[in-house]
Design a protein around this ligand. Structure first.
Ligand code: ZN
Length: 254
């Protein structure tokens, strides 16, 4: 019985060569979540140079079949059409790093065939914003939030997770899943100090559009502190530092 082909919008999270002519590609699809596909005969050829391959961070429409029921979990990719030109993304290394960070945490914290349309939307929005971004931290921070909300692991940022108090919040604990007040913080070993300005921004529920309203195109993002706090949380959830977090943070420290 022929398996029905699935057509779905996708972002390329990961890719690696499988053989001379094949790639294994991890897609984040809009309606089916993370799907691993084998793409046969589409590897970029150095001989012809115009051969079509698939690149990291591309956004397009994929057609694939199988995978869900097989032991390997690999679907077969039969078509790939890039639908969003993100040329500016590759003009600056900082933008590429931000994109790679986003696809790394998405791949690390979502399950195969587990759809998260809100995360897909946030990922495409992030990549679109990065095309002409000077400050990559701000859009990346809002993506961190969208990812955490999407997977149901958004920490409590408004009150102490231990006693419920909304004042004197001094630390963040990934294990406890939120803020700690100055009374409760000493008893918790795993924690990181959070400055008042970072705490205020973390507790702000506005979306990226409203929050960036007064953007002066400055090099230094206000959201560096909040980004670091959520990066700390994501690293705990993943059990490792997200890819390129250090690169992104070291550039901003200059
Ligand atoms: Zn407390």
């Amino acid at each position: 019985m022929a398996m029905a082909a699935i057509r779905d919008r996708s972002v390329v999270l990961r890719r690696h060569d499988y053989s001379e002519t094949s790639q294994i590609v991890v897609l984040f699809t809009r309606e089916h979540g993370k799907v691993r596909v084998i793409a046969k005969g589409i590897k970029r050829s150095t001989k012809t140079r115009c051969a079509v391959g698939i690149d990291l961070l591309e956004v397009g429409v994929a057609v694939f079949s199988g995978g869900r029921e097989t032991s390997s979990g690999l679907a077969s990719l039969t078509e790939w059409k890039q639908t969003l030109g993100l040329g500016g993304l590759r003009e600056r290394i900082g933008r590429i790093h931000a994109g790679q960070y986003a696809v790394d945490v998405t791949a690390g914290l979502t399950e195969d065939w587990d759809p998260h349309e809100s995360i897909f939307g946030a990922l495409v929005e992030l990549l679109t914003r990065l095309v002409d971004a000077t400050d990559v931290i701000t859009p990346l921070y809002f993506f961190q939030r969208a990812l955490l909300v999407g997977i149901g692991l958004m920490p409590e940022l408004h009150r102490c997770v231990k006693c419920g108090k909304a004042t004197s919040l001094t630390h963040f604990s990934s294990f406890e899943g939120g803020m700690l007040c100055k009374t409760c913080a000493p008893a918790q070993r795993e924690k990181r100090a959070v400055t008042p300005i970072t705490r205020r921004l973390l507790a702000d529920n506005r979306g990226p559009g409203e929050a960036c309203g007064g953007d002066d195109g400055g090099q230094q993002s206000d959201y560096l502190g909040p980004f670091r706090a959520l990066n700390y949380h994501l690293a705990h959830l993943m059990g490792k530092e997200p890819a390129l977090a250090r690169c992104i943070l070291s550039v901003k420290r200059k």
